[in-house]
Design a protein around this ligand. Structure first.
Ligand code: HEC
Length: 138
């Protein structure tokens, strides 16, 4: 057990070191206005009960705010696949991974739109190889 824990810590430390080097070279994330709108609809249906209509009131037992400096700081230095993977694996916390990959991409697009990232002509993909080349909100 102890061995397993230290292996996990080692991997975590290694990936943190990797992230800081990577952060400088990551492209800005992309999404379209249409996509963020789809994401908003999915959010209101699946997420707002815990995270709140404004994404910041953390209504459901300790649900983290999804807008603002703390959220941006938490994800800006990481590649976007991390936010996508976290969300698509763990959320909604009462039915993890229950939504389609496209819906998770739409949800992440909506979160980007509420954290100061401008929309563009290209949709946010749910391909994690492509997401790995983009930054979080910054
Ligand atoms: C039943 C309550 C609940 C629902 C529904 C829910 N969440 Fe969460 N969410 C949480 C809790 C609690 C945390 C904090 C847990 C953690 O950090 O591991 C969290 C954390 C998060 C985080 C990480 C925030 C951060 O910066 O650390 C994201 C992103 C997120 N949720 C997105 C979503 C999305 C998108 C949906 C809808 C598909 C959703 N959540 C639905 C309870 C919920």
């Amino acid at each position: 057990m102890l061995k397993a824990i230290s292996a996990v810590l080692l991997v975590a430390a290694a990936s943190t070191a990797c992230v800081s080097v990577q952060a400088q070279t990551l492209a800005s994330p992309v999404y379209t206005t249409e996509q963020a709108k789809r994401g908003e609809a999915a959010y209101m249906q699946n997420c707002s009960g815990c995270h709140g209509d404004q994404l910041d009131n953390g209504e459901g037992d300790g649900a983290a705010p999804l807008v603002g400096p703390a959220f941006i700081q938490g994800w800006s230095a990481k590649s976007l696949d991390e936010l996508f993977n976290f969300t698509s694996t763990n959320m909604p916390i009462n039915a993890p991974g229950s939504l389609a990959p496209q819906t998770y991409a739409d949800l992440v697009a909506f979160l980007l739109s509420r954290n100061g990232v401008s929309p563009g002509a290209q949709e946010l993909p749910f391909d994690t190889v492509k997401l790995k080349e983009m930054s979080g909100p910054r």
